[in-house]
Design a binder for this molecule. Structure first.
Ligand SMILES: Cc1cc2nc3c(=O)[nH]c(=O)nc-3n(C[C@H](O)[C@H](O)[C@H](O)COP(=O)(O)O)c2cc1C
Length: 266
């Protein structure tokens, strides 16, 4: 993991890993990184291994440091245990479509998950999260609306349209999650960010409950037929079609590149 440090606004220098508050800049993908190695890195505390100084852009002095992982020092933080629980949940969440189509997910569970989504950060309290849940025959209606939006958008690919008509029946429940529009361009974009953050909350909640989940892109993110069926106002963008169900198998093993972190500390 490559880390660069950044001085705090007050000019004091971060003294250790806990004070790193910097953008993560993924540059290279370590194709060999596996979930287990990523997990080992995440589970561990970080320790400075070696460093060397270079002159950075704009003449700034940048220290580039290498960090490596060792056993998690839970004494370093009173919240080490909480971190470990959260880390496991995050690493265990996998995109997974292998579900029992006949076993329903209680409506109260769906409601709890939507509630969890709404605890994501949200700039200006615009409360942009919009939810619609589809079960039973409702899933076919969702497929029909999405197919109509595809056709209205000019698609004449019969095979693709047919798949869209059928695909939402693959799991017992599909949650459509939209981002409300905002007149202010920045808030409009930030609404989408808040909704994406909320979807991750929801997926982690689903993982914690033992549910399989799959975040998919809508065939048309602002198709009027789908928006109307969902009860979403015009201008809402669909950020995720979330498949949920009880797993019958595991998803593919997780894989992430190593993070590269810039530290500018002097
Ligand atoms: C915004 C967004 C849209 C996605 N849309 C699709 C999609 O349309 N089809 C698909 O197969 N996966 C989709 N995915 C899931 C990713 O393919 C999946 O997260 C990725 O393969 C990594 O797998 P993991 O979730 O198990 O780590 C989407 C993920 C995100 C964040």
């Amino acid at each position: 993991m490559t880390i660069r440090s950044v001085p705090t606004p007050h000019g004091d220098t971060p003294s250790g890993p806990s004070s790193i508050a910097v953008p993560v800049v993924p540059k290279r993908i370590a194709a060999t990184t596996t979930a287990s190695t990523a997990a080992r890195r995440l589970i561990s505390g970080v320790t400075r291994r070696s460093s060397h100084d270079v002159d950075g852009w704009l003449g700034m002095h940048i220290s580039r440091s290498r960090w490596h992982t060792q056993g998690m020092d839970t004494t370093a933080s009173t919240n080490g245990e909480s971190f470990e629980i959260l880390r496991q949940l995050i690493v265990e969440r996998r995109t997974n479509m292998m579900v029992d189509r006949e076993r329903s997910v209680p409506g109260s569970t769906i409601r709890d998950l939507c509630d969890l989504a709404m605890w994501a950060p949200n700039h200006k309290r615009t409360w942009p999260w919009r939810f619609a849940t589809f079960t039973g025959e409702g899933r076919m209606r969702l497929g029909e609306a999405a197919a109509m939006d595809l056709i209205a958008g000019g698609s004449d690919d019969e095979s693709k349209i047919g798949k869209v008509r059928r695909k939402y029946a693959r799991t017992p429940v599909v949650l459509v999650i939209g981002s409300a529009p905002d007149d202010h361009a920045t808030f409009h974009d930030e609404n989408r960010d808040a909704v994406a953050a909320g979807i991750q909350n929801l997926l982690l909640g689903a993982t914690a409950l033992g549910l399989a989940s799959f975040w998919s892109t809508a065939p048309v993110i602002d198709g009027p037929n789908t928006l109307e069926l969902c009860g979403f106002e015009s201008g809402t963008r669909i950020i995720g079609m979330i498949y949920l169900g009880w797993p019958t198998g595991e998803g593919l093993p997780g894989e992430r590149p190593e993070p590269e972190i810039t530290i500018v500390d002097s």
